[in-house]
Design a protein around this ligand. Structure first.
Ligand code: MOS
Length: 750
């Protein structure tokens, strides 16, 4: 790849260009859209977790004030299933359209939807619909047993060497099970759909992390061609993966709009978000590690089971990182599914890698203790030279430096390994460490760039900014290429009618869109130079195009700032409004013979304080060092990692969706009872980027960040808790009672 090293805007701290819109409240989120004659929909949710809907009495609801319609299986109209997914289109986690049949497979499944003049009227009427059921036994248990895997035997996800023999022969071994409960995404912005149907075309304002896929899925399920659906997501109040793929409420809103020919708004309540828009599944993982006495890994085996719904297969992919993180001749990763009467799980920040690394890195900490070796040293000792699972080199890997720089920043050399041996201000300290990693990738993407007579540029791409700073980074790339200042660059995103852009998932938007936007800007510039060299009266008339260049927003003879002419003047004298170019990125997914293993790396060091007298555990400090390519905009990147670390505190200490065994309903379905980390729980945060550009991935060397910041936190915290208390918690979240009465089955007292 061509490498771009010098830049006045790339890598320079750049305030978000959409910041003023956000702080002034004028950024339009999906549910902010309002239309004349708009009406409100509220779903009716099943109150059993398994069985059949035997009756639906809507008479009372229909008579209530403001009620316009009550739709159910018999009158909602045709909705279809999607064809199989291909690449990044036609992806949906709950394949069954809403109201398709009368079988209830999870609590909260939609059985009807009420439309009324106001949201309050719709809600009151929905609560007055009387559903009757024939109930069957359900299973919503978070305990997953290898013996009830849905597959006849677990799938082998990755394999090399002879793991069974190596484990049998090993002198030093760790063999433990690590479990995680269901975690529910809780972005501040509720899921919402505002559906407009004009008798021919649907315009859908959605909370979507992927507008192009959303359009294709909605068109397929509504039974119309894709050009009859436009999906718009200008701003997203985050999603964490929960808004990657469409969910049934969007279909309900669109079907209501189709039936009524009126705009329909449906906002999913916080309670409903606990059952019908995905979650991270419950996951059990058995990790077996074997090592020689000098700390070299000889075998790694990871067997995971995650729950999935009754109809759909969601694989968490916990073994994504395990095959290449450390050097080992023998490796086996298997995975299986266990069915539950719960809505389908979905990607939640760092799917696969985050739970996988929680287990693997916890086991590495236990191995370090078994070896009486420093846990940083153990990891340094097992650094591989190449990606041993694929037999190819890493594009750019600096895990060792993440560990050593992090250790230095954290003060790790002062750590004394004995349990409870470190004190400060009367508190017991615990220090833990974990490595982290996350895939780096490009997905196929297109973008267009226009250079306009008024001196501005316009970038258009059918991706979306979910809060990470995509608007700003795109503007930086075009400013870098053209010299047009950031305040003269319009970035248009979040509309499926724009050139198809990447999904806002996998932390790969920046890496994916950069080549497309650069190419588009270069083509627009070439077109501009053609105009400059061919327009009568232009000072460049008759020059060859390759004698000219675009620099600082002006056209000039290469290397000669003197005589430069602004873009606006060139276009004005040619009577052209705008020149444009489009660019495409190729994808790294599905490459038959990849040349490089693309991943980001990091190390996370956590400190906890423990006061046994009053049973108070706090995470006081987390140091994170990240190797994720070149940081195009360091403050927004830092913000991503800081947010992820706070989320990691929640994962380690608080987050757990609980299901009532009697009804199968999530019982802590609100922000009072489902505890997420808040400011008061936020440790001192220290984030360092190594900033090694990855020029194998794109010309700017950017890989992207977000998910990786969560990947090591829980293991570093459970390691720190063990160091402070002697209790090894292998069953997240860590509960105070685990530390006070260390006797549970997943615990071990040192
Ligand atoms: Mo992320 S879980 O790929 O939105």
């Amino acid at each position: 790849m061509n490498q771009i090293k010098e830049s006045k805007v790339i890598g320079v701290a750049t305030p978000r260009i959409d910041g003023p819109l956000k702080v002034s409240g004028s950024a339009m989120y999906a549910s902010d859209h309002h239309f004349k004659d708009m009406v409100y929909a509220w779903p009716v949710c099943a109150t059993i977790a398994s069985g059949t809907l035997t009756g639906l009495d809507t008479a009372a609801a229909k008579k209530m004030p403001g009620v316009i319609a009550v739709y159910h299986r018999e009158n909602i109209g045709k909705l279809y299933r999607t064809p199989p997914a291909a690449g990044f289109t036609m992806i949906i986690d709950e394949r069954r359209p809403p109201l398709e049949d009368d079988t209830i497979r999870y609590h909260g499944q939609y059985v009807a939807v009420v439309v009324a003049q106001t949201m309050e009227q719709a809600r009151a009427a929905a609560e007055s619909v009387k559903a009757t059921y024939s109930k069957q036994a359900h299973n919503t248990s978070g305990k997953l047993l290898a013996s009830e895997l849905s597959t006849p035997k677990p799938d082998e996800k990755s394999k090399r060497g002879d793991t069974a023999s190596a484990l049998k022969d090993a002198k030093i071994k760790v063999d433990q099970v690590y479990t995680m409960p269901v975690e529910t995404h809780n972005p501040i912005e509720l899921h919402a759909s505002v559906a407009v149907y004009d008798g021919d075309k649907f315009t859908l304002y959605e909370t979507s992390q992927a507008v192009v896929n959303h359009r294709d899925v909605m068109a397929a399920m509504l039974g119309v061609p894709p050009e009859k659906v436009q999906v718009i997501t200008r701003f997203l109040g985050s999603g964490f993966g929960g808004k990657l793929w469409p969910w049934p409420h969007g279909l309900l809103a669109a079907a209501c709009a189709r039936n009524l020919k009126r705009p329909v708004k449906l906002v999913v309540s916080r309670q409903m978000m606990f059952h019908s828009v995905g979650h991270r599944p419950a996951i059990d993982q058995r990790i077996q590690l074997a090592a020689s006495a000098d700390g070299k890994l000889t075998a790694v085996q990871q067997d995971y089971v995650n729950h999935t719904s009754i109809l759909d297969d969601y694989d968490e992919g916990c073994g994504e990182i395990t095959p290449f993180l450390y050097s080992t001749p023998n490796l086996l990763v298997t995975g299986g599914l266990a069915r539950r009467n719960i809505g389908n799980p979905t990607a939640m920040r760092g799917p696969g890698a985050v739970p996988g690394l929680y287990a693997l890195e916890s086991a590495m900490d236990e191995l370090a203790i078994a070896l009486k070796m420093d846990p940083v040293e153990l990891r340094l000792k097992n650094e591989p030279a190449i990606d041993e699972s694929l037999g190819i080199p890493f594009s750019s890997r600096h895990l060792k430096e993440c560990l050593t720089v992090g250790a230095e920043k954290f003060g790790w050399s002062r750590r004394t390994p004995e349990v409870g041996s470190m004190k400060r201000d009367g508190l017991t300290l615990g220090w833990g460490v974990a490595a982290c990693s996350w895939l780096a990738a490009r997905s196929e993407a297109e973008a267009s760039v226009e250079l306009r007579q008024d001196g501005t540029a316009r970038i258009a791409c059918g991706t979306q900014d979910i809060g990470g700073g995509t608007y700003t980074v795109m503007a930086q790339v075009v400013s870098h290429e053209t010299g047009i200042p950031l305040n003269k660059i319009d970035v248009v995103l979040g509309d499926s009618s724009l050139p198809p852009g990447p999904i806002s998932g996998g932390s790969w938007v920046t890496a994916s869109m950069t080549p497309a936007v650069l190419e588009a800007a270069q083509k627009a510039s070439a077109s501009l130079l053609k105009v400059a060299s061919s327009t009568d009266g232009s000072p460049f008339k008759g020059k060859k195009q390759d004698e000219l260049e675009l620099a600082n927003g002006m056209v000039c003879v290469k290397g000669q700032a003197q005589g430069a002419v602004p873009i606006s003047e060139i276009l004005r004298s040619a009577k052209i409004n705008a020149v444009s170019g489009t660019g495409k990125s190729t994808g790294t997914f599905g490459e038959a013979k990849p040349k490089f293993s693309f991943h980001s790396y990091g190390a996370q060091f956590a400190e906890v304080t423990w006061q046994p007298e009053i049973a108070r555990l706090r995470v006081s400090r987390v140091v994170t060092v990240i190797d994720a390519g070149r940081m195009l905009n360091p403050p927004t990147a830092r913000n991503q990692i800081e947010g992820a670390v706070v989320m990691g505190v929640g994962m380690a200490l608080f987050e757990e969706t609980m299901y009532d065994p009697r009804t199968g309903a999530p019982i802590n379905n609100n922000l009072a009872d489902y505890v997420v980390a808040v400011n008061a729980d936020t440790p001192q945060l220290d984030v360092t980027f190594l900033d090694y550009p990855d020029y194998e991935l794109n010309a700017l060397g950017a890989r992207g960040v977000g998910e990786i910041g969560l990947a090591g936190v829980a293991a570093a915290i459970t390691g720190a808790v063990h160091h402070a208390t002697g209790v090894r918690v292998r069953d997240l979240p860590i509960r105070i009672e685990d530390l006070l009465a260390p006797s549970g089955k997943n615990m071990h007292v040192a």
